[in-house]
Design a protein around this ligand. Sequence first.
Ligand SMILES: Nc1ncnc2c1ncn2[C@@H]1O[C@H](COP(=O)(O)OP(=O)(O)O)[C@@H](O)[C@H]1O
Ligand SMILES: [Mg+2]
Length: 264
Amino acid sequence: MGHISVKNLHKQFVNRRRNKREDDAAPYGQPVEVLEDVNIEIEEGEMVCLLGPSGCGKSTLLRIIAGFERQSSGSVTIDGKEVTGPSSKNIFVFQQSGLLPWMTVWQNVELGLRRMENKNEQCERIQEYIDMVELDGFEDHYPHQLSGGMQRRAELARALAVNPEILIMDEPFNGLDFLTHMKMREEVVNMHLLLGKTIFIVTHDIDDALIMGDRIIVFSRRPSQIKMNRKLDFPHPRNLFKKGAELCELRDELFFMLGVNYAV
Ligand SMILES: Nc1ncnc2c1ncn2[C@@H]1O[C@H](COP(=O)(O)OP(=O)(O)O)[C@@H](O)[C@H]1O
Ligand SMILES: [Mg+2]
């Protein structure tokens, strides 16, 4: 379960901005082609990282897969079923501030498990997910009592408790300090190794994609087409600096592809 198939996907928006901005491709009232004939197959249990320049349509694709937005043409199917609207059954969209502020960490995680009838088992599961993201001891804290990174981890525990087939994340590490970013990234990789969910992550961070991805997809500028779709067979945990000339070469290639000639 968790197979995503995107076929001949096109998306146009009508430009509704009256004050023309630099990145507006079309005058007011005119259509803007954002996605142009995008074809992607994501296998069950695969972690796919999508890279691309800002404004190229990454979030748009993610929103179409999640059923929040309709495509202009083409199709998206999940396990063979056409996506026609949002579904809470098999997809969880990880949001940066998705926690309910009036509920504690425990209660937020419990939300995903409220249908469980056996209360003992339910408690065990809630604790298991809270432990997994290292928030034990903070069960009774409210979101505002947690740091940004802890909030993000609590949101991750909530996502896991829902036990979705597919986890979708749009730039999930934005705004985190460097170490929290590294730790959170490690947690997502560990969680992926442990649970084998299909994960689709949009990121602008090349190193995130290299460290996490089973596959990396790179979009061109708008209208977006796929410039690279490559499977990464490097074992985890990955370290860009200690081993792997191959990973470093790919890193240079990705930087170049995204318009930076000298990778830093
Ligand atoms: N609802 C909308 N109406 C009109 N244009 C939109 C809408 N949503 C996104 N766009 C345009 O589509 C393009 C892609 O947006 P987005 O998918 O958010 O890019 P990314 O996530 O890659 O930065 C942008 O040029 C944006 O202005
Ligand atoms: Mg975006």
